[in-house]
Design a protein around this ligand. Structure first.
Ligand code: AMP
Length: 292
């Protein structure tokens, strides 16, 4: 695996790869590091499907709000290099802040509608920062396929719209969420949880499981469901709900009020963001239109 830190070096490695393997394709996994099994699953899939896997580790300040955890976001360079290498990554791009943003970017990437609710509402500007950095990384790496976790389902919807609207020549591949044995979605932020918060954090998974059962009940409405979902999360005394919503996926607009959710013709998402102490966790599940 090659580790590189500059854009010049990255571009020359990508050019060389294209020259020496003209028929080959490049898979890409952008991350913010502190890598875990969720990231590793994306990297292995990129390598399997593309034969050549590039990944990046960059904690992007533009997607953090002023009172968020940019400064204390966990970082571990040596561990990230080892995990990426063990997951089959061929090229790991680890740029500095100055390399990515020599000047404050004046360009804005605003992706409407799909970025307005959920994390877009509770973290204003978050998806503008995600859109800008992912757009830059796509221009730098020029991947054929890019792998994103459905743990961040709204991010998948936002990036897909950006790619479609702007004709980026890349296929977005959504990947299943990797979980701990008790169901908690793996996340770099799980290290912030104290033991009691960690124990109670499983309520997100349990709520998604319960929501799946409730959605099959004939006649159930969106407002019934959201109140049951909120009540279920409140069973964990340390849980502080940021949002708990039922929306259509991937457009992320609400289902018609009063509609029978068990017969809803479109995919629906139950999306949760819950704080435990200072740690905000997100999770979701997308329910297909058939066999709900
Ligand atoms: P992050 O480093 O949190 O920005 O995540 C980088 C990529 O890994 C994103 O596409 C995430 O959705 C994905 N990812 C993070 N956690 C998981 C997980 N538990 N399972 C699958 N993918 C994940």
């Amino acid at each position: 695996m090659i580790v590189c830190e500059t854009i010049n070096e990255l571009r020359s490695i990508i050019r060389k790869r294209r020259r020496t393997a003209p028929e080959g394709i490049i898979g890409f996994v952008p991350t913010m590091g502190y890598l875990h099994e969720g990231h590793a699953s994306l990297m292995r899939r990129a390598k399997d499907e593309c034969g050549y896997a590039a990944a990046s580790v960059f904690v992007n300040p533009l997607q953090f709000g002023p009172n968020e955890d940019f400064d204390r976001y966990p970082r571990n360079r040596e561990h990230d290099i080892a995990l990426a290498e063990a997951s089959g990554v061929d090229l790991l791009f680890m740029p500095s802040l100055a390399e990515m943003y020599p000047e404050k970017p004046l360009t804005k990437v605003l992706i409407g509608q799909v970025s307005e609710r959920l994390c877009g509402a509770s973290r204003p500007g978050h998806f503008d920062g995600v859109g800008l950095v992912v757009g830059k990384l796509f221009n730098l790496v020029q991947p054929d396929k890019a792998y994103f976790g459905m743990k961040d389902a709204q991010q998948v919807a936002v990036i897909r719209r950006m790619v479609d609207d702007m004709n980026f020549p890349v296929e977005i591949v959504p990947c299943e969420t990797v979980r701990e044995p008790d169901g908690l979605a793996k996340s770099s932020r799980n290290v912030y949880l104290n033991p009691e918060e960690r124990r109670q954090a499983v309520i997100l998974y349990e709520t998604l499981e319960a929501a799946g059962r409730w959605m099959r009940e004939p006649g159930v409405t969106a407002s019934d469901l959201t109140s049951r979902i909120r009540a279920k999360i409140a069973e964990a005394p340390l849980a502080d709900i940021d949002y708990a919503e039922l929306l259509k996926y991937p457009d992320l607009t609400p289902p018609e009020p009063g509609a029978d959710i068990s017969r809803h013709p479109k995919e629906l998402i139950v999306a949760l963001a819950v704080k435990f102490g200072r740690t905000r966790l997100i999770d979701n599940r997308v329910f297909g239109s058939a066999g709900r």
